[in-house]
Design a protein around this ligand. Structure first.
Ligand SMILES: NC(=O)c1ccc[n+]([C@@H]2O[C@H](COP(=O)([O-])OP(=O)(O)OC[C@H]3O[C@@H](n4cnc5c(N)ncnc54)[C@H](O)[C@@H]3O)[C@@H](O)[C@H]2O)c1
Ligand SMILES: O=c1ccn([C@@H]2O[C@H](COP(=O)(O)OP(=O)(O)O[C@H]3O[C@H](CO)[C@H](O)[C@H](O)[C@H]3O)[C@@H](O)[C@H]2O)c(=O)[nH]1
Length: 334
């Protein structure tokens, strides 16, 4: 009973590997290192530098390690890039996942936990957002994640695959003990950019829009700690093994929103750096407010986020960035 983690060298994937290993779960990682980093010697788990589009090679890994479930993080996930090059997202997200599912079917592996996103909702009609609210993605990234959710639904019927799709809101923070954290290149996410300003690596942060219909005019997001995302994956795996779940979806957020300016204020207080801001135009495709209703994940998975305060998110991120100003450095494969 081994779990195959695709994209396990990425930000959320690596924290989930840590969580699974800490709970005694045998894990094998497949990652092509296109955006990830695999620090040599940190985890005692088999690592394969493979593209999931190579279904045959991934199938061989499944057979060799007795894989019974897949946690599927591997994807392209930059909204702006997806608008500039949508075909890349159809290839690397939709087509690649079809290859992965084909390999699973061939190997008789019938459980998947899938990384979905709040971007499937587009501009929400109401907040907090519930799972059954309308899905109207406003960029190819969200569109391809929704397409995969639908592929899982059809695949569930046709091949007997049970899947849990976890729609994360804004992942944030870092492991409180292990030397792992967020290292995207280029970095586009708010909190790591604030940390880079505090480290003196950037002059200032540009706030995208100050005229939104929100209390302080800046966008409101539901930030969820990466450790809490990791625990949700473990609980989802447990559920897939316990019951024939069919295909289920869950929002993962705290249920509380924080404006960009609020996050900046917390970052100033945690780092002790003034973090200068500049106000710029709105970023295309940014909804004003995205806040999850996490009620379903709490009721069905028994999920309880532990790091719910913005200070928890920023201080664990700061610990990582301060001790690893160059991120994983040049760490490539093992
Ligand atoms: N970061 C967020 O706030 C957020 C929010 C919602 C959803 N998600 C989703 O969560 C998942 C992980 O996000 P992340 O922030 O950790 O991203 P990441 O880029 O850090 O991780 C993705 C990993 O997948 C690997 N990968 C990509 N394509 C691959 C392929 N074809 N074959 C093998 N490996 C491949 C990359 O090398 C990387 O290690 C993604 O699916 C993303 O869409 C992230
Ligand atoms: O330099 C920056 C970076 C971000 N922001 C703002 O900060 C907020 C958070 O932005 P991030 O880029 O950190 O995160 P997103 O909300 O754009 O994206 C996240 O949530 C999305 C779902 O809506 C997707 O799932 C995506 O993968 C995930 O990273 C947004 O209002 C954004 O406009 C700034 O003002 N300046």
């Amino acid at each position: 009973m081994t779990v195959l983690v695709t994209g396990g060298a990425g930000y959320i994937g690596m924290h989930t590997v840590a969580e699974l290993v800490a709970h005694g779960e045998p894990v094998v990682v497949v990652d092509d290192l296109s955006t990830g980093h695999w620090p040599a010697g940190l985890f005692d788990v088999p690592f394969y530098s493979l593209d999931i589009q190579d279904g045959e090679a991934v199938g061989t890994v499944m057979a060799r390690h007795g894989v019974d479930a897949v946690v599927h993080f591997a994807a392209k996930s930059l909204v702006g890039e997806s608008v500039r090059d949508p075909l890349l997202y159809y290839e690397r997200n939709v087509a690649a996942t079809a290859q992965l599912l084909r390999a699973m079917v061939r190997q008789g592996v019938r459980r998947m936990v899938f990384s979905s996103t709040a971007a499937v909702y587009g501009h929400p009609g109401r907040v907090p957002i519930q799972e059954d609210d309308p899905k109207q993605p406003v960029n190819p990234y969200g569109e391809t994640k929704l397409a995969i959710e639908r592929m899982l639904r059809w695949g569930g019927d046709a091949y007997g695959i049970s899947a849990i799709s976890l729609r994360y809101f804004n992942a944030a923070g870092a492991h409180p003990e292990l030397p792992i954290g967020e290292d995207h290149r280029p970095e586009t996410h708010l909190i790591p950019i604030l940390m880079q300003v505090a480290l003196g690596q950037r002059e200032a942060v540009t706030i995208f829009g100050s005229d939104y219909d929100t209390p302080d005019g800046t966008c409101v997001r539901d930030y969820i700690h990466v450790m809490d995302l990791a625990s949700a994956h473990r609980l989802a795996l447990e559920r897939l093994r316990r019951v024939d779940a069919g295909v289920e979806v869950y929002n993962l957020g705290t249920g509380s929103g924080h404006s960009v300016l609020e996050v900046v204020r917390v970052a100033r207080s945690v780092t002790g750096h003034p973090i200068p801001v500049a106000f710029g135009p709105r970023r295309a495709g940014d909804p004003a407010v995205l806040v999850a209703s996490p009620a379903r994940a709490q009721a069905v998975l028994g999920w309880r986020p532990r790091y719910t305060g913005m200070e928890d998110m920023v201080s664990t991120a700061w610990r990582w960035h301060k001790s690893h100003p160059e991120g994983f450095g040049t760490a490539g494969g093992p």
